[in-house]
Design a binder for this molecule. Structure first.
Ligand code: RIB
Ligand code: CA
Length: 323
């Protein structure tokens, strides 16, 4: 029997974060050493509280949860409550957590765990702004070479399509802390990037939500409800900002679940090696924009395609294994 892959997930739940966490909890080959909260979609306090609610809801209350950075390194605080709801989980009833979070700060947990582990033993999955990861890298640079694999959901590299989902140029996780992202992309030895255009390929449309509901489990049902609410929120937002006052009913992009999916089955994702730069000029309209320079033997594998049908089938199979 092969050893499980040890992972730490850094997250800002957040609707798609919740589904990514469900997926990770359901996977028999992953051992989640801890889940760390970061300011992003909602405040770090709400994110940490939501992580415990999500774990409780999936009957995985044994996973330790740590609170991390409550603000970006330099820029002002940015949240996305208009998308995820003021509580961060679309106002749905996840119940209150039945267990407490850890006292230790998330950054110290990440450093301590990587320093005491074997080299290349632990993978990091970052599905929120990179403030915790960057702070840990700066505080103890030795951890960088000890990471087995770093997978980041963030950025946008489309040449002929939207490069941003927060501004026309910037994806949310990058815009929420561009300075942290720049540090991580510079210092990381090896990072796999799941940009927004890959998450958009894996769209949870109405047909997919029906298949999710047909699983007849509470985690699948609440996931479908969250995605349905988000689709309506985003469609209403688009209608408000469109000239015709209407917008097509679109599905919701499965951004964060794609990051976990890439850890579980990397063969479903294809990309190119190169380096990633981040615009950190807050006076520039392209603040937070990511750019890619291709080149072998570089530290970033930026994915641009996912086998979306296989990925969505895998997500359903994982949700089916939860309560
Ligand atoms: O742009 C999508 C990313 O920003 C996702 O991680 C979502 O949860 C938000 O944090
Ligand atoms: Ca997120």
């Amino acid at each position: 029997m092969h050893a499980k892959t040890k992972i730490i997930i850094d997250t800002d739940p957040g609707i798609d974060d919740a589904i990514a966490l469900f997926m990770a909890m359901a996977d028999p080959d992953l051992e989640i050493l801890g889940i760390t909260a970061v300011n992003g979609n909602v405040s770090v306090d709400k994110a940490e509280y939501n992580i415990r609610r999500i774990c409780d809801f999936a009957w995985h209350t044994g996973i330790p949860v740590y609170k991390g950075c409550d603000r970006p390194l330099k820029r002002s605080v940015l949240n996305a409550e208009w998308v995820h709801g003021s509580d961060g989980l679309a106002g749905l009833d996840f119940g209150d957590p039945t267990y407490k979070g850890e006292q230790e700060n998330a950054v110290d947990f990440i450093i301590k765990t990587l320093m005491k582990s074997f080299e290349k033993e632990i993978s990091l999955v970052a599905i929120g702004p990179l403030t915790n990861i960057a702070t840990a890298f700066l505080k103890e640079p030795k951890i960088v070479s000890r990471i087995r694999e770093l997978i980041i959901m963030g950025g946008g590299f489309c040449e002929d399509g939207p490069r941003g989902n927060s501004t026309p140029y910037a994806e949310f996780n990058m815009l929420a802390d561009p300075h942290a992202a720049e540090i991580v992309f510079d210092m990381a030895e090896r990072v796999t990037v799941i940009p927004m255009e890959v998450g958009m390929q894996a769209e949870a449309d109405a047909v997919f939500l029906e298949k999710m509901r047909d699983l007849n489990t509470r985690c699948a049902a609440i996931s479908a409800d969250m995605l349905d609410i988000t689709a309506k929120t985003l469609s209403a937002h688009l209608a408000k900002t469109s000239k015709t006052g209407t917008a097509p009913e679109k599905g919701t992009s499965l951004y964060d679940p794609c990051a976990v999916g890439c850890l579980i089955r990397p063969a479903l994702f294809s990309g190119r090696y190169g380096t990633v730069q981040v615009n950190t000029d807050s006076n520039d309209e392209k603040f937070g924009m990511t750019t890619f320079e291709e080149g072998n033997k570089r530290n970033c594998l930026v994915t641009h395609k996912v086998d979306k049908d296989a990925f969505k089938k895998m997500l359903l199979m994982h949700l089916a294994d939860l309560p």
